[in-house]
Ligand binder design. Structure first.
Ligand code: PEP
Length: 251
């Protein structure tokens, strides 16, 4: 049985005072959230604050991106080893904003995924189609290709300590969500893609849905058999909303 997981992606939001308040409220709500794994992914400058505040709590934490390189002349980049040494457990890899705004290719995403695995981090690999791709019936093909490039580079066994997040690009930050059935269909495709290589890894893989998940729609989305929780952007910035989503994932 896969345990439910809810990951908050703060994106480029927050400040020290606001983070403190948000995390204190989240920590206070942990007992009510039940048996759900909770993770917060924060901007680099706030990782120390997040690490200190969450140290004695069950809430995990991590970064939002990393370099594919181990070290070298890559000004501004942060390696997997640095994140691990700092204490991170999780890192988001291949978020659609990184792919679209920072031109991260499937191959670069695969290299980042492997770098994270090699350093002992748990990569949260994001995949998902654009609206145009969905409307032209290419959703499953696009998602399988994004996944296949990572599988080719890292191997299926790496997915036994990884998380995949299906995030339709058209649903991120737009208020538009995939229907539970649309999301379930893609989650099944992702799991099947892995099952062709390793049934056990596929059935143990936590596959999250992300894209305008709110307290109001989380329950019906998480009720789907292959949806194991969520990757939450906007709603993770409001403690009550994030906690309500975590409660909805507790099944
Ligand atoms: C995200 O940041 O990955 C995301 C899904 O954002 P939102 O929940 O705001 O759509």
């Amino acid at each position: 049985m896969r345990s439910p997981l809810v990951v908050g992606n703060w994106k480029m939001h927050g400040d020290l005072a606001g983070n403190l308040q948000l995390l204190q409220q989240v920590i206070a709500g942990v007992p009510a959230a039940g048996a759900v794994d909770m993770v917060v992914c924060a901007p680099f400058p706030y990782l120390e604050q997040v690490r200190n505040l969450l140290a004695a709590t069950p809430v995990g934490w991590g970064a939002q991106t990393l370099s594919e390189h181990a070290q070298g002349a890559y000004t501004g980049e942060v390696s997997a080893g640095m994140l691990r040494e700092f204490g991170c457990r999780y890192v988001i890899v291949g978020h659609s904003e990184r792919r679209a705004l920072f031109s991260e290719s499937d191959e670069q995403v695969a290299a980042k995924f492997l770098a994270a695995c090699n350093a002992g981090l748990v990569p949260i690999l994001c995949v998902g189609e654009t609206l145009a791709q969905r409307e032209s019936g290419e959703t499953v093909r696009v998602v399988e290709k994004q996944l296949q490039v990572v599988l080719d580079r890292a191997g299926v066994e790496r997915f036994s300590s990884a998380v995949v997040a299906y995030e339709p690009v058209w649903a991120i930050g737009t208020g538009r969500t995939a229907t539970p059935e649309q999301a379930q269909e893609v989650h099944v495709a992702i799991r099947s893609c892995l099952a062709r290589l390793d049934q056990q890894v596929a059935s143990g893989l936590q596959i999250l849905y992300g894209g305008s998940v709110k307290a109001q729609n989380a329950g019906e989305i998480f009720a789907q058999a292959d949806i194991d929780g969520g990757l939450i952007g906007g709603a993770s910035l409001v403690a009550d909303d994030f906690l309500a989503i975590c409660q909805a994932a507790n099944r």
